[in-house]
Design a protein around this ligand. Structure first.
Ligand SMILES: NC(=O)c1ccc[n+]([C@@H]2O[C@H](COP(=O)([O-])OP(=O)(O)OC[C@H]3O[C@@H](n4cnc5c(N)ncnc54)[C@H](O)[C@@H]3O)[C@@H](O)[C@H]2O)c1
Length: 312
């Protein structure tokens, strides 16, 4: 089996590359290192079944060549992180929409199986919880740049389903919740890495709203385990919610960090969707190997903390 992982030098992609290599697959990574890092894959460089290309998914001829050589495509390359999305809206929309279009178009030529990583962000401001796959998506106004991420990912889903229905490409779409673990950086505004970074810098930990809003978190190794099921041929094309109902309120996530730094909470008055949670019933029905965040909060923090320490 040969896998192409776009965004393979990123947080989730690099763990997925390791997971596929462990399975004995050949792994090819395509990444432009815009938010990912070569350090995430440096340890794989000498592996006989590993290769990487530093380039962009906008490079159609290159993408076609790489897709032709593989059996499965994991399309993870994207502009990710609230701060990046707000600061660089053109880059975000072009990366997430055009990038996916290029990869899908290449997959369509030889009907290659492709997994598209989407996000629970597509539910936007929906207050109907827990989320399920068939729920309506409730977006914020277009003048608020943060919604461009959710909308661009929703468009990726439409595009993926369109390629499936019209061009018979075997597409699987997964909606990931907040995924946590080592190699995650807080640079682009992810919640737990931000908490850890602020704790390490002895800064007050910033929680938006009053901290009672609840979010689902999934462990990166669980997410890649479930993603690897893409090789199963009978997965449906429509979006599958990964990560189950293990919602925690953000205040409780801060507690372990407060314990090792003694830092206080600084709360900001920004209104955020109160609940994000899923029933993951489709994932259960499909017998996907998902599970609740399988590691305790203190281990999560330690794992993320390792991302901020100098690497040798
Ligand atoms: N981390 C999460 O909590 C989370 C939650 C929901 C969905 N997702 C999705 O999972 C995927 C991976 O996210 P991540 O958290 O690992 O983020 P990440 O930023 O670490 O990974 C994205 C990777 O894509 C690469 N990339 C960006 N633009 C590219 C381009 N034009 N060409 C080639 N490579 C490019 C980046 O350099 C980076 O390595 C994304 O599609 C994201 O939307 C992540």
């Amino acid at each position: 089996m040969r896998a192409l992982i776009t965004g393979g030098a990123g947080f989730i992609g690099s763990h997925l590359a390791e997971r596929c290599l462990r399975e004995g697959w050949f792994v090819s990574v395509l990444d432009d290192l815009s938010t990912g890092s070569f350090q995430n894959i440096a340890h794989l460089k000498g592996h006989p079944k590993f290769e990487y290309t530093i380039d962009t998914v906008f490079n159609g001829p290159l993408v076609s060549e790489l897709v032709d050589c593989c059996d499965i495509v994991f399309h993870l390359a994207a502009a990710v992180g609230v701060r990046l999305v707000v600061d660089s809206p053109v880059h975000t929309i072009e990366t997430n929409v055009h990038g996916t279009e290029v990869v899908l178009c290449a997959a369509a030529k030889k009907r290659k199986r492709i997994l598209i990583a989407s996000t629970s962000e597509v539910y936007g401001k929906s207050v109907k919880v827990p989320f399920s796959e068939d729920d309506d998506l409730v977006m914020g106004p277009t003048k608020k740049g943060r919604w461009s991420y959710a909308c661009s990912k929703a468009l990726d889903e439409f595009l993926g389903l369109a390629y499936h229905n019209e061009k018979h490409v075997p597409v699987t779409i997964i909606r990931l919740f907040n995924t946590v673990g080592s190699r995650q950086t807080g640079r682009y505004g992810m919640v737990l890495p931000n908490f850890v970074r602020q704790a390490l810098l002895d800064e007050p930990i910033t929680v938006y709203g009053d901290g009672s809003q609840r979010r689902c978190f999934g462990y990166v190794l669980d997410a890649v385990e479930a993603s690897a099921t893409i090789r199963r041929s009978r997965l449906p094309p429509w979006p599958i919610l990964f990560e189950p109902a293990c919602a925690r309120n953000l205040k409780s996530c801060v507690s372990p960090m407060k314990r090792f730094t003694g830092q206080d909470l600084k709360t900001c008055s920004v209104v955020f969707p109160h609940w994000r949670n899923s029933n993951a019933s489709l994932a259960t029905a499909l017998r996907l190997p998902w599970r609740p965040l399988s590691i305790p909060s203190r281990v999560t923090c330690a794992l993320i903390r390792s991302s901020f320490l100098p690497r040798t």
